[in-house]
Every structure is written in structure tokens, then in C-alpha cells.
Design a protein around this ligand. Structure first.
Ligand code: ZN
Length: 299
């Protein structure tokens, strides 16, 4: 009984994982950047430059490079979980200038369903729609700076199957797996998936090379829409639970590992392509809003 007891304590006390790790988010952004026209890149860079944490991102990027700064910005919705300026209850802290609120918004990162497909907690798909709308229409620079890292982050998270998981196991967060090849063999299934894209500190040249490799391996998917991205993740859940039992928990065997590794990489790449095109569309909407007077000066 003792090993089981230790595992149970581990499951109850280790933190709930909520996102692709930093590598997954940064890789997606570098792929998105390749889909974006120069004026869309400029829109993104200018928006991010107004963000209070822009200096921090530039430092972490290690270069004054717009794509790498955007890559760091995309991990910001996870960073604010440990940031005392932000609060679990948004009303608790005074807002930074121009920010709509100072919430950490833990339930924006996912959506859960019961076994019959009935929606449970989480708002990821709805927030992607709302943030896209805000980015296409807002004229407030600080609001754009706030919304952009959120949108970039959530599009990636939605492509992680366990971010559209089952309520009963909190998106794989109460499922323990055993990975004999790992330094830490017992982890939660959700966290194991979060780390599939690579080491969380992946940056600089190695990040760029890996993003290029992902793009070479995985062609651009159909763009689809938020509902489709969500359904794709839910479809993947059928295979995403290991079928083999290990000593005390589900076992990551070679077949499963190969499938999950390829699937994780593909989903990170798909999220990147789709985010790039979504930002293109958002920027196009902004331009068409701003230019009618120039096109028809008499009206
Ligand atoms: Zn997340």
C-alpha cells in the first residue's frame, strides 16, 4: 500500500498544470511569425511595445528581436500566476493603466466537458473569440497590449488536447502516468503532455532551429475556426489516455510515446500557423476600418 499512498499524496499536492510549457508557446509564435505580413508584424510589435512587461520580455528574448519578444509575451498569461500585481479575484488589485482588470483568469486556459459532452468549467474558446474581436476593434493601445499575449497563448493552449478535456479528471490533471524513460517517472498525464514540445527553457538559436524543423515536418493545416480547433483536441482525447498498465499507474510505452510526441509537435505547429493567419485577419479588419475615408475621400 505504501507506494500507492505516496502517489496519492503526490497527486493531491503537486500543482495543477495548465498550459503547454514555455517551449510550446515560443515555438508556436515563431511559426505564426512566418505567416504574418510585414505590416501585421509591425502592428503586433507596436502593440506589445506598450505593455508594462515589454522590457522583461526583451531581456528574456536576449535580443531586440520582434519575433522573440512576441514569443516571450505569449507565456505572460502563465507568468502572472506568480505575479503579485495580479490576483485570482480581479477586483482585489488596482489595474495597471489601460488594463481592463488584473485577473489571473485561470479558467481562460481550458474548457472541460463531462462524458456526455456537456460543457463544464473553463472559457478558452469563448475568450479566443472575444479577444479576437477586441483586437480587431479596440483603439486603446494598452488594451491591445493586454489582449495580444492572451490571444496568442490561448490559441496554443486550445491545441493541447487536455485543455479541452474531461471534467471528471480535470483535463488529465488527476491521472497519474509512469514514464520509465523520464528522470521523474511519475507525473500527471496533463503535465507530461505540456512538456512534449521540448525543454521549457528553449530559447535563442536552438528555439529557431526547432521551429524550422517543426515547420518542415508539419504543413499548414486548414484554418478552420475555434470550434474546429476545440473539436480536434477532443477527438485526440480518445487516444491520449495510455492503454497499458504499469506497476501502479498507466504506462507510457514506446507506441504511445511515439504517437504522443508526433501529435504534440503537430498541434504546436498547427496552433502557430493558425495564430499567424488569425492575426493577419485581425489586422486586415483593422486596416479596412481605418481606411474608408482614404479610399473615398469625398464621403
Ligand atoms: Zn495556458
Amino acid at each position: 500500500m505504501r507506494p500507492l499512498l505516496i502517489l496519492l499524496i503526490f497527486l493531491l499536492t503537486s500543482p495543477t498544470a495548465l498550459a503547454w510549457n514555455g517551449a510550446g508557446h515560443r515555438l508556436g509564435i515563431l511559426i505564426a511569425w512566418q505567416q504574418m505580413a510585414p505590416d501585421t508584424r509591425e502592428f503586433v510589435s507596436q502593440a506589445l511595445a506598450r505593455h508594462p512587461d515589454h522590457g522583461r520580455w526583451r531581456e528574456k528574448a536576449g535580443a531586440d528581436d520582434a519575433a522573440l519578444i512576441f514569443a516571450e509575451a505569449s507565456t505572460w498569461p502563465d507568468a502572472i500566476r506568480h505575479d503579485p500585481r495580479f490576483a485570482d479575484q480581479p477586483s482585489d488589485n488596482p489595474p495597471l493603466p489601460g488594463f481592463p482588470d488584473m485577473g489571473r483568469h485561470g479558467d481562460w486556459h481550458y474548457v472541460d466537458f463531462d462524458r456526455h459532452g456537456k460543457r463544464g468549467r473553463g472559457q478558452i474558446d469563448r475568450k479566443i473569440v472575444e479577444l479576437s474581436e477586441l483586437l480587431a476593434t479596440s483603439t486603446q493601445p494598452a488594451e491591445l497590449a493586454w489582449a495580444l499575449p492572451w490571444l496568442a497563448h490561448l490559441v496554443a493552449d486550445l491545441h493541447q488536447p487536455f485543455h479541452a478535456g474531461y471534467s471528471e479528471d480535470r483535463g488529465g490533471n488527476t491521472v497519474l502516468i509512469e514514464d520509465p524513460s523520464a528522470r521523474q517517472p511519475f507525473v500527471k498525464l496533463h503535465a507530461w503532455w505540456d512538456d512534449l514540445p521540448g525543454p521549457s527553457g528553449l530559447r535563442g538559436k536552438r528555439l529557431r532551429l526547432r521551429a524550422e524543423a517543426l515547420q518542415a515536418n508539419w504543413p499548414a493545416p486548414r484554418q478552420g475556426d475555434v470550434r474546429q480547433w476545440l473539436n480536434e483536441s477532443r477527438q485526440l482525447l480518445k487516444r491520449a489516455y495510455p492503454k497499458t498498465m504499469g506497476s501502479v499507474s498507466l504506462l507510457i510505452d514506446d507506441d504511445y510515446r511515439q504517437w504522443a510526441q508526433a501529435t504534440g509537435e503537430r498541434r504546436v505547429a498547427e496552433a502557430g500557423y493558425r495564430l499567424g493567419r488569425l492575426l493577419e485577419e485581425i489586422h486586415r479588419q483593422r486596416v479596412s476600418r481605418e481606411t474608408p475615408a482614404a479610399i473615398n475621400p469625398g464621403r
